[in-house]
Design a protein around this ligand. Structure first.
Ligand code: RUB
Length: 263
């Protein structure tokens, strides 16, 4: 099963990245080799990803086909796009961090529908996924200004709205790329509205372990006596989040939770 091995390798190495892309790739891998072993290998490839386990749950427990799963992501994204279009004001500056499919696609849609705005974003060390975002948006003719991560304050104080993706939506807050919590705190200080843009399948009723990645991503030849930390994600308390924009609309945090729990 070379293709399955390749997908799992690419998920582990972050060649396939972002919760949605990981989940879609996992659906493909499981479809190619629907065994317990594939399921377990996929689940351990990126432990901070409830979308991945929700996809496997739909395929295995609920008997969905991989096409149904892909249709879910497409329909959700279409709805998210329309809600994001509504919330962005003309001539505004939108701040985002890392690379989120849910955020990126909704910005491209808003631009295509004639909304006028520009984007500030951050590089997102160590793997620089912010550049993927910058490239995608600029290809769609959106004006993008990229800041180094330490320029977060500079970038956010001049922004009108923050739109970040999510890896996991939990009871008390969201897990997203490292750097997201400081972004949320800066937005809070400057009273800039901060929204999470995410498919509802990111919801997890259970706590999610934060992934600690190889220190070599940060400093390949670090001297042996220096301890290099590389947590890939962090927790954003829900008090900073003005709303969650999902396929169910633009909802306040408790309303989003009520909606997903009832499903
Ligand atoms: C990506 C990241 C994204 C979320 C949302 O981290 O933190 O904000 O995954 O993704 P990494 P999406 O690059 O380490 O996977 O909106 O694409 O589902």
């Amino acid at each position: 099963m070379k293709e399955v091995d390749r997908i799992i390798r690419n998920i582990k190495s972050v060649k396939i990245q972002g919760a949605t892309n990981i989940a879609k790739a996992a659906a493909k891998a499981y479809h190619l080799n629907p065994t317990k072993q594939t399921k377990n290998r996929l689940l351990s490839a990126r432990p901070t990803e409830p979308t991945l386990s929700n996809v496997l749950n739909h395929l295995i427990e609920r008997g969905w086909s991989d096409k149904q799963v892909l249709d879910h992501f497409k329909e959700s994204q279409d709805r998210i796009n329309r809600f994001v279009f509504k919330i962005i004001k003309n001539k505004s500056i939108v701040f985002t961090h890392c690379h989120s499919t849910n955020v990126g696609k909704s910005l491209v849609y808003s631009k295509m529908q004639g909304k006028k705005f520009e984007v500030f974003n951050t590089e997102t060390r160590p793997l620089l996924q912010g550049r993927i975002t910058a490239r995608e948006l600029s290809k769609a003719d959106i004006k993008v200004t990229t800041f180094i991560d330490s320029g977060l304050h500079e970038a956010i104080e001049d922004s009108d709205i923050l739109l970040l993706g999510a890896d996991a939506i939990l009871k008390n807050g969201v897990i997203n790329k490292i750097g997201s919590t400081i972004a949320a705190e800066i937005a809070h200080v400057h009273k800039i509205p901060f929204y999470i843009v995410a498919d509802s399948w990111k919801y997890s009723p259970r706590n999610v372990k934060i992934e600690e990645r190889d220190f070599k991503e940060v400093w390949k030849d670090a001297p042996k006596n220096i301890n290099v930390k590389n947590p890939a994600f962090e927790f954003i308390p829900r008090k900073y989040i003005k709303g969650v924009i999902s396929e169910y609309g633009i909802l306040k945090y408790p309303d989003f939770l009520r909606k997903v729990k009832n499903l």
